[in-house]
Design a protein around this ligand. Structure first.
Ligand code: PGA
Length: 274
């Protein structure tokens, strides 16, 4: 597992966006070879999306041959509700870039048959050739997507009832009224994310420090679903200083000593050719 410790939240955004850009460019996608990416919502990735939009506007990257699969969506929330993840993705990312709407996949939380919707989602990922890079965020309780504590680490896309902690954390988006927060969501499973070739997880803020500690310094445990990625051969966690507060000094020192090696991962290929 790689842990990239950035000084600030802004640098987490920049580092992760540069990493995504480099991965897409190195892949050299074309009409016969799409780059398939898994995407999260939430406050944490917003800065990364902003940077990617900047890179697109500066002509550094295109999303023409990119297919996206989002991690999750609320059940029974209309698509145009400002807290739906359809709304979030369109307004924070997709409307600013050159992605073909046909290549965007977001679970439909209003589908008549939710189980079928989840099965179809898994099938579409398979048909797209699997996910090359799955990006995720986590909650303070260590959940990834809506895989709440206790979720099976082999889980697939399914309907999930949200934990009280998640309802409380998300109440701020629904006028601080917990009763307005949808109680269920459709979410990819831990197993779905584990199937990706690479998993990149963004973790910022001291409120997630304990979850980061559980993710990397303790064992794999379904009560901290993010810890499952210890067993993925290519996991990269990008965090800020605040998120490292519960880690051992030894752990932090080790990963910081790798800074130069990590920076090679985002070196601009065009610069290298000069
Ligand atoms: P956040 O949410 O990025 O808004 O903190 C992440 C999550 O709960 O998965």
């Amino acid at each position: 597992m790689r842990l990239v410790i950035c000084d600030t939240v802004d640098y987490v955004a920049e580092w992760s966006a540069k990493y995504v850009m480099k991965r897409i460019k190195d892949f050299e996608p074309n009409k016969d070879k799409y780059f398939v990416i898994g995407l999260p919502t939430g406050g944490t990735p917003l800065g990364m999306y902003k940077k990617l939009i900047e890179f697109y506007q500066a002509g550094k990257i295109s999303f023409k041959y990119v297919k996206t699969f989002n991690m999750d969506e609320y059940v029974d929330l209309s698509r145009d509700h400002h807290e739906s993840y359809h709304y979030y993705m369109y307004n924070n990312f997709f409307k600013y870039i050159d992605i073909d709407p046909q290549n965007v996949h977001i679970l439909d939380g209003n589908a008549k048959d939710l189980t079928k919707e989840c099965e179809n989602f898994e099938r579409k990922i398979e048909e797209a050739g699997g996910i090359e890079l799955f990006i995720g965020g986590i909650g303070p309780d260590g959940h990834i997507a809506f895989n709440e504590p206790g979720s099976s680490l082999a889980s697939r896309t399914r309907v999930k009832t949200l934990a009280q902690d998640t309802l409380e954390a998300n109440a701020r988006f629904f006028g601080n009224d917990i009763n307005k927060v949808p109680k269920q969501a459709l979410t990819v499973g831990v197993g779905t994310v584990m199937d990706a070739n690479e998993v990149m997880i963004l973790i910022t803020g001291s409120h997630k420090a304990f979850a980061l500690y559980k993710a990397i310094e303790e064992g794999v445990n379904h009560m901290w679903t993010v810890s499952a990625f210890q067993q993925h051969p290519r996991t990269i966690i990008i965090c800020d200083e605040d998120a490292t507060l519960e880690l051992r000094v030894k752990t932090v020192k080790y990963f910081k000593s790798l800074w130069d090696i990590h920076c090679k991962l985002i070196e601009d290929i065009s610069q290298l050719k000069i």
